[in-house]
Design a protein around this ligand. Structure first.
Ligand code: M6R
Length: 611
């Protein structure tokens, strides 16, 4: 939700900021803007994508060695030029960018209105900025101090970065809840919502913690807490290459990320799974193994695609480990006063590691004595830092807004955790354990074989691209895959799609079925297969158009289907990592055929750092 970039140092700030904003555009693309400080503070902003901003300021004076930039995902106020960031304070001295939500902005605004302040935009950001200015003027204090005082009054989440006309060699930034990374160069600093705008300049970064204020000069970085105490910046080395955040010849990041999956799943298993030795090594989990093995229950907390991964994991953990598992939407879990007992194990699943609902849900659970394990993709992200332990998914940067490779990597990690616990608890028989380990090793190749069918899937997408509605059905391990297929299609192609357990369809959604409705069955061979085939019959009898994802030699399903996509067979526990691939490709090709920007679907953002 919103991308921020800032620069201070000897380079031209604008090109650094512009390139950074393009890399962060996955976080929001309703409007973009920059503020540059040279002889005077210049603010340029524009509704639309970063390219629209770029085009609108060709020929303007963009020379500066200090600047801030923002790409917005609207919360307060519609996406337009006026509400775009950066905002200027009433006195015209300060400019600010913000990612997050100031929940008590209405009360602060009233206070400012009474004191003669006026507002150009509908945003909470402009309120906070003027509140800071008001404090600075009234207390006759430094900007840094005004920021600290103001933030003590603020309820909500934020990363803010400010430029002060009167102090052209300093940026002030602060964070609570939303992410902020500072790259350390030679006499220069780079600030961004994630490391992607920084990586080509430096690999040394500092992840700013909640309630910290950063005072940044070209050659100096000072961190303080809100109580004005100096904090030691902890410098980390980025383990990421520039190529990982570029399209590498693909038309879209989404397609690139779908095709990366044989490698990302392999990377996820590498160094952890040794099928020949029969071992799974996960150091993060090792420390809490006893607690997990003896847990009365495990709660998976996540949102969106990660929540679907949690659902698959629920089936796996319950079957293999015989431990009670619940899967919770983080947004509900955090507010509904759930019963959490000391020793409960909470597994937070998140690609970004910054999803606000998931983050707060685990913070709350941690306070109540739960053990928090993170299954997270982004190294150093907030969720990974709040977690007691966990396992990274090692899928590399996922830039397409639709999550693809993160999902299969999450499944790979969760499967390994379940197998490890099941083995140590003795709840899985030895033969099955060893067979599953070997089969897990084969998953990257099976995913690769599935991807080879992309032309066939593209042809199916062309055939159904003008549908207005669709159903995705599956049972058992393939039920969450159906949910994920429906989510992918709706977010990328804007076709209404519902995912359902195939049997539950009879209790309502079957009323939708007619000769126009595409019904996608995820029907690979498993213990539910015959039942799923019966459900297919029911749809066929009502003239629905069936697209099925099946295994080789499934004559029955083939006869009932209008189109089939054949995927390699796998144990039902592992099948979701394979059966989801055609659904990702189908959504991608439908979205492209309908002419949409699949990497940046409307109204969405990659990282949901607001609740
Ligand atoms: O970064 P997270 O995994 O925590 O994100 C959770 C959801 O916001 C995310 O999966 C979202 O549903 C994707 N757009 C789905 O493709």
């Amino acid at each position: 939700m919103c991308g921020i970039v800032a620069y201070i140092g000897p380079r031209e700030a604008y090109p650094v900021i512009l390139k950074g904003l393009k890399r962060l555009e996955y976080r929001g693309y309703d409007s973009a803007g920059v503020a540059l400080l040279n002889s005077g503070l210049k603010v340029y902003k524009k509704k639309g994508k970063v390219a629209d901003l770029e085009e609108s300021i060709v020929g303007k004076d963009l020379h500066a060695n200090i600047g801030i930039g923002h790409t917005r995902w609207a919360t307060h106020g519609e996406p337009n030029d006026r509400n775009a960031h950066p905002h200027l304070s009433n006195g015209g001295r300060l400019a600010m960018i913000h990612n997050g939500i100031i929940e008590n902005y209405a009360a602060l605004k009233q206070e400012l209105l009474k004191n003669g302040y006026h507002f150009q935009s509908d945003t909470d950001t402009e309120v906070l900025l003027n509140f800071i200015e008001y404090i600075q003027v009234n207390n006759n204090c430094s900007l840094e101090e005004a920021v600290r005082i103001a933030l003590k009054r603020v309820v909500g989440a934020y990363v803010i970065v400010l430029i002060d006309q009167e102090n052209p060699d300093t940026l002030i930034a602060a964070r609570k809840g939303s992410p902020l990374v500072i790259g350390i160069g030679k006499n220069e600093h780079f600030l961004a919502s994630d490391a992607s705008p920084i990586i080509e300049y430096t690999k040394e970064v500092v992840y700013v913690n909640d309630y910290e204020v950063a005072i940044i000069k070209p050659d100096e970085l000072i961190l303080k807490n809100l109580g004005n105490e100096r904090q030691t910046p902890y410098i980390t080395k980025l383990d990421m290459e520039l190529a990982a955040i570029e399209k590498g010849g693909y038309d879209h990041f989404m397609l690139k990320e779908i095709f990366e999956q044989p490698q990302t799943i392999y990377d996820c298993l590498r160094g952890r799974l040794d099928a020949d030795l029969g071992t799974i090594t996960m150091s993060g989990i090792e420390k809490y193994k006893e607690q997990i093995m003896n847990a009365n229950r495990i709660v998976m907390v996540a949102c969106g695609t990660s929540w679907h991964a949690g659902l698959v994991a629920e089936y796996i953990f319950e079957e293999l480990c015989r431990i009670n598992v619940e899967v919770e939407y983080a947004s509900e879990f955090r507010y509904r006063n759930p019963v959490i007992n000391k020793g409960d194990v909470i597994i937070a699943i998140s690609q970004s590691g910054e999803t606000a609902d998931t983050l707060v849900a685990i913070e709350n659970a941690k306070k109540q004595g739960a053990i928090i394990l993170g299954v997270v993709n982004v190294v150093g992200s907030s969720i990974s830092r709040v977690s007691d332990a966990g396992a990274y998914t090692h899928a590399g940067p996922e830039i397409g807004v639709a999550s693809t490779k993160a999902f299969t990597a999450q499944l790979a990690v969760l499967t390994m955790i379940a197998l490890k616990i099941a083995h140590d608890r003795g709840s899985i028989d030895k033969e099955r354990y060893h067979r599953l380990l070997h089969e897990l090793n084969d998953v990257p190749d099976k995913v690769k074989a599935t991807l080879e069918q992309h032309e066939h899937i593209k042809a199916i997408a062309e055939k159904y691209k003008d549908s207005t509605d669709s159903l995705f059905l599956g049972r058992g391990y393939n039920f969450p895959v159906a949910l994920e297929g429906a989510l992918k299609l709706k977010e990328i192609s804007y076709i209404h799609a519902e995912g359902y357990p195939a049997a539950e369809m009879k209790h309502g959604p079957i009323a939708l079925v007619d000769e126009k409705l595409p019904v996608v069955f995820v029907a690979t061979r498993d213990s539910y297969h015959e039942k799923v085939v019966s459900n297919m019959q029911e749809i066929r009898a009502r003239k629905g158009r069936i697209i099925s994802v099946i295994n080789e030699g499934d004559e029955q399903s083939t006869a009932l289907s209008n189109d089939v996509i054949v995927v390699p067979e796998a144990d039902e526990i592992l099948a979701p990592m394979i059966s989801v691939i055609p659904l990702q490709l189908l959504s991608y090709y439908v979205g492209v055929a309908r002419g949409f920007d699949v990497d940046k679907p409307r109204n969405l953002a990659k990282s949901v750092t607001v609740e």
